[in-house]
Design a protein around this ligand. Sequence first.
Ligand code: NCD
Length: 353
Amino acid sequence: MTKAPLIDEWEQRREEIRFKTPPQNHHRLFHLLHPKQFDRTFLDQMCELTTDIRTLAKTPEGQSHLQKLLAHKRAMLYFTQPSTRTFLSFNNACHILGIRTSEIRDSSTSSEVKGESLEDSIRTFSSYVDVIIMRNLEKGLAERAATLMEAIPRPIPIINAGSGKDQHPTQALLDIYTLERSLSHRGGIDGKVIGMMGDLSRGRTARSLAYLMKNYRNVRIVFIAPMAFTMGRDILDHLEEHGIPYTATTDLTEVIADLDAIYVTRIQAEHDIAGESQKIDLSRFTISSKELGALKEDAVIMHPLPRGPELHPEVDIDPRAKYWRQERNGMWMRAALLTRIFNAEAELYALAR
Ligand code: NCD
């Protein structure tokens, strides 16, 4: 009996990893704060490393190699804003690599309630661990933590795991990976029309992903958002500066047939000041089975999750729906990121031999 082609493919990949020359000249990554740090070379390298880690983890043997890779490291997960996927995928990425984790998920259980400054809290964490992964409601705190690190004798890397309404750079990396992977049979992201829909003004995931499009050739972006929640001027200026064409519309039906991918996002009602979200007709910014007919046969449907009514569960069974895979990709991409930050790539390939 012949083997399923997928298994052959994995075996072949595993063989390739065994004999791979470890990368020599990668620029060192320390803090990860903003998508402006990523160029095309870095993105391609991270996608490759993610696939290699994912491939190794497919066998118990590979998993125990990975477990040894960073077993001497400890991580602090400092998440004072709600999180399910980013927290769990970072936590599990750490565990895959043998990194032990500590966490604060609620500032009411830390010395913040006693008035401790962010700087003192961060410096304290840095006394105990080797990396701080942080998420907060405010913009710029990860940058402040990184600035502090530059001024102390034992600096450790800071990873921004979501900063308020501003940026979510590690989500953008896993989104790029998912797009590249899902579009690989069509040449990847280059040359594609990428739609982004929903609350684009307050959704940090779409902001970060749009920011990264400058790294791809001949892409076009289509923003689909209610008038109250259109993409921010800062991101549009950035796209214009890099010659990335974009259009904006409030009518999905007008553009849906053009899209190679649609990145659906939820309305961020938690940021409302005067009930703005209540005034939106969300049915116009929704993907359900009704919209699927108009979408290209090989289009990619993504969502950073959690979802609201804008993405109907009936879409889940459609082969174009990639968001559950996207969620899992986050764990592999974050494992790749930690491997890169701790400069452990050579070790990873050596262990795979
Ligand atoms: C997003 C976030 O927290 O920005 N979720 C995630 O990290 N996967 C998206 C959201 O909350 O809408």
